[in-house]
Every structure is written in C-alpha cells, then in structure tokens.
Write a protein that binds this ligand. Structure first.
Ligand SMILES: [Zn+2]
Length: 277
C-alpha cells in the first residue's frame, strides 16, 4: 500500500508565487475545485490525507466536513503556508498548531512543512509536534534539489528526532514518511509528485513506485490541490525559471495522477499507520 497526501492550498500560497504578490489579502478560489478533487479520489476508491493550509478553514469551515465525510484525513500545513525557517520562534509555530487543532477539534495527527522546509535550522519543529501529540511528519525529501532536500535521509519510514533528521532513532516518537525518490541518470531525484510528476515521464515514476513496493515500504506521493484544478490557477508574471517550476505541464497533472491511482493502491497516512499496527 502506498500513501497519498494532497497539499491543499490556494493559488496565492506557493512560495514561488508569494514572492511576486504585492498585497496580503487575496480572493480564495480553491473551494471551487474541492468537488473535482474529491470526485477523482472517489472514482479511484482512494482515501487521502489533506494537508490543509489552516487559514482556508477560517474562510470556509465546511471544507473540513467535506474532507472527513468522504473518508479522507485532515493534517496540518501551517496556517498561511509559511516556511519553517521564517518563524521567529518555536512558540510562534506552536501557537499556530494550537489554533489549527482548535479549528479541527484535534483531528490532525500529521504535518507537512511548506516547500519541504524542514532542515537542520528548523529541527525544533519535531519537538513541537511531539509536545502537541502529533504522530507523524512528511516533510523530508531524500534528494538534493535547488529548493529543498535532505539527501542522506532514509527512503523508508523512520522515527525522526530533533537531533537526527535523516536516520532512525529508536527513541523517536514522530514517524517520518519521506517522499518518493528515484535514481535518474545516476542521480537521486524526487519522484513523489508535484513538479516531478508533471515533468518526468510517467514510466520513471511507475518504476520507482514498483521498486518501493518490492522492498515492502510505501511510496509516499504528494500533489497540490492547484495542480489538480489548473482552471482556478491565475497566471502570475514571474521569472522564466519560477514560471517553469510553477506552471510547466500544469494541465497534465490531473491525467497523470488519475493514471497512477488506477494502477497503484494509495491510502491516507492515518489509514496506513492503523493498518500496519
Ligand atoms: Zn504547500
């Protein structure tokens, strides 16, 4: 069994877009796309974890029921999609987690750092998750990219601690679920979704999922809500490189995800953890 997380965020949340936006308040559009995302999961009989940007629940509280009533899980993706190293103190982050847990009645057991920004400067995050009774994290990409990555991290799930982000520690309380990676032209690269889903040939992604399955551990996959609903994604003027990362093959993501969901079995993090007990 593999694991699917949907990073549920609006068009103005991605880090590469945020830096081009002048004002702070934007009209949310993603609510128009939630039915389409839930339908995609329903027709493929898949449950998923929705890593929610918390402020979307403040705009539209019904979102929570729509996700839960359809058998999916809610997890935390910060309140405003902030990089972890942008918090001026661990307490500021903890206030957000407490706020989110109030909004969701403590349903969230998992976390994903925006832009996979968990690294050695922000490892205090693990202690805050523990303290607030979180069970798992999925913020580690075991490959080096321009924007993120912990290339020496394990590929299979492990117990993570503040002192050791990349290897299993038996006394760790938080389960880390690293994102799917693969070898491509002799280099370790991400293959677990997003830009890499849009850009890599599907055959390469399928082979990497198969090799994880053969080794008996889950391929952890992610997709952004806005990649599944490009019709609600405005085109922002940005540098050529940022534009490529944000918009390249955007209209192919839905079809590729659909094909993967038809060929492989995915479930939510919580279901996966419950089933492996
Ligand atoms: Zn995100």
């Amino acid at each position: 069994m593999n694991i699917l997380g949907i990073d549920f965020e609006d068009w103005f949340h991605p880090e590469l877009i945020q830096k081009y936006l002048q004002k702070k308040n934007h009209e949310p559009k993603i609510f128009q796309g939630i039915e389409k995302i839930i339908d995609l999961l329903r027709k493929n009989e898949t449950n998923a974890t929705f890593f929610l940007v918390g402020e979307l629940l403040e705009f539209k509280p019904e979102l929570q029921d729509m996700i839960i009533e359809n058998g999916h899980e809610i997890a935390f993706h910060t309140m405003k999609h902030s990089r972890i190293d942008s918090y001026t103190s661990p307490e500021k982050f903890e206030m957000e987690i407490i706020n989110f847990d109030n909004l969701t009645n403590g349903k969230s057991k998992g976390f994903r750092a925006p832009s996979f920004s968990l690294n050695h400067n922000s490892s205090w995050l693990i202690d805050i998750l523990e303290k607030n009774n979180y069970v798992y994290d999925s913020s580690v990409v075991p490959a080096k990219t321009k924007l993120y990555g912990l290339p020496n991290a394990e590929n299979k799930p492990y117990r993570i601690t503040k002192e050791c982000l990349e290897k299993n520690s038996d006394d760790g309380k938080i389960l880390e679920f690293p994102l799917l990676v693969t070898k491509f032209l002799g280099k370790k690269i991400p293959a677990g979704g997003g830009f890499y889903l849009r850009t890599l040939p599907l055959r390469i992604i399928k082979n990497s999922i198969k090799s994880y399955q053969k080794n008996n551990f889950p391929a952890v996959f992610y997709i952004h809500s806005w990649e599944l609903t490009p019709e609600f994604m405005p085109k922002i003027k940005m540098s050529k490189q940022d534009e490529f990362v944000t918009y390249h093959n955007l209209n192919k993501a839905y079809g590729k995800m659909d094909e993967l969901l038809k060929e492989f079995k995915f479930t939510s993090f919580d279901n996966f953890i419950q089933n492996s007990k």
